[in-house]
Write a protein that binds this ligand. Structure first.
Ligand code: KG4
Length: 343
């Protein structure tokens, strides 16, 4: 059989509640298949035990579909990239074990990927027929998800430094918790986003942290939101009902303002004007608009990911795996999953 010089990477993501597989050939995305888990909605949050069980059910069909959609047979794969962490241990173990077993049976290398680096490198996913500018190094990336809020200085594909991070809750976590308090579903982020479009962002004001440097804090905002509602409901039991849109808009406005002010400080101090955003919360309309506004006002060059690449997906794992593959940075079979680690 003729040898091909193509580099085809299968990426596998299973760090939380999305089972995802993607195929990238020579840096270009051929498929990205994700099975989300609706089972958690009724619990108001991800239930780790249920998540790992669902991954176990989903992983084989998701990988099978990703390969079929890409038109790539398993024998054509050059390597398998997988999320090794951080994330929920039970969820990670499904993807990690599957990737190890499949790579071993095909006698191809494995590439372990840090999930957070994957979010940042989602900006480098190429799609056939889609021309999207990519940031050049060094750039700053605001990484905001349900579990993380950090400012990352990205010096190269494989060289990133967290220069600021939350000292308590993540931005997405704070939004989700506040939305739960006003009786919205899970996850609250997309619901708050929708409601906020019809509300007044300046209707109510909530507490903002005052901590030094580039670090974030969102637990005070959450408490302030809770106490504010407790007092208002005493006066008007239907307060939430009457002000849902304004509450959503004011909450979103506060979170976005906190995120952007620290980011601006970092941009000013470091003199880096290429600024990207990544992670689940980067789907938020208010945050995206703030990026465009800051770009105009402060002459930033901004990079905002396609919606499909904001939340957890395997395309970002496959592209990170591709760059590591080019560096010859492989993973041995004895490397375990890790639940907590920084970039
Ligand atoms: O990156 P992600 O899919 O998972 C991890 O946490 O790793 O992020 C999930 C977070 C949740 O908190 C969710 O509410 C939030 O992203 N999110 C949003 C929006 N879409 C998702 N938050 C605000 N506005 C949105 N449109």
């Amino acid at each position: 059989m003729e040898q091909s010089n193509d580099i085809s990477i299968l990426g596998i993501e299973s760090s939380c509640d999305d089972t995802s597989a993607a195929v990238i050939r020579n840096g270009v995305l051929l498929s990205n298949v994700t099975a989300s888990q609706a089972v958690h909605e009724s619990y108001g949050g991800v239930v780790p035990e249920l998540a790992s069980r669902a991954h176990e059910q989903n992983i084989v069909p998701v990988v099978d579909q990703a390969l079929k959609k890409a038109g790539v047979s398993k024998d054509e794969l050059s390597a398998i990239a997988f999320t090794r962490g951080p994330g929920l241990m039970g969820s990670l173990l499904v993807g990690v074990s599957f990737a190890k077993g499949m790579a071993r049976s095909l006698s191809i290398p494995m590439v372990d990927v840090n999930h957070l680096q994957g979010h940042v490198l989602a900006h480098f996913i190429e799609e056939e027929g889609v021309a999207k500018p990519k940031p050049s190094f060094p750039f700053l990336c605001l990484l905001v998800s349900g579990g993380n809020s950090q400012i990352v200085l990205v010096k190269a594909y494989n060289d990133m430094q967290v220069i600021g991070k939350t000292i308590d809750d993540a931005a997405g976590e704070a939004i989700d918790k506040c939305s739960k308090v006003i009786g919205l579903g899970y996850p609250g982020g997309p619901i708050i986003d929708k409601l906020a479009r019809q509300g007044n962002p300046k209707a109510f004001s909530f507490s903002r942290p005052s901590i030094p440097g580039y670090d974030y804090s969102f637990s005070g905002l959450k408490t302030s939101f809770l106490y504010f509602l407790r007092d208002k409901i005493k006066e008007d039991p239907l307060f939430v009902e009457h002000h849902k849109e304004d509450l959503a808009a004011s909450l979103e406005f506060t979170v976005v303002d906190i995120l952007m002010k620290k980011l601006r400080l970092a941009v000013k101090d470091l003199g880096i004007r290429q600024v990207a955003v990544a992670g689940g919360v980067s789907a938020n309309t208010g945050l995206r608009n703030a990026f465009y506004e800051y770009a105009k006002r402060y002459h930033w060059e901004v990079f905002i990911p396609k919606f499909g690449f904001t939340t957890d997906n395997a395309a970002m794992i496959a592209i990170t795996g591709y760059f590591k593959y080019l560096d010859g940075d492989f993973c041995s079979i004895d490397k375990p999953a890790f639940s907590r680690v920084s970039i």
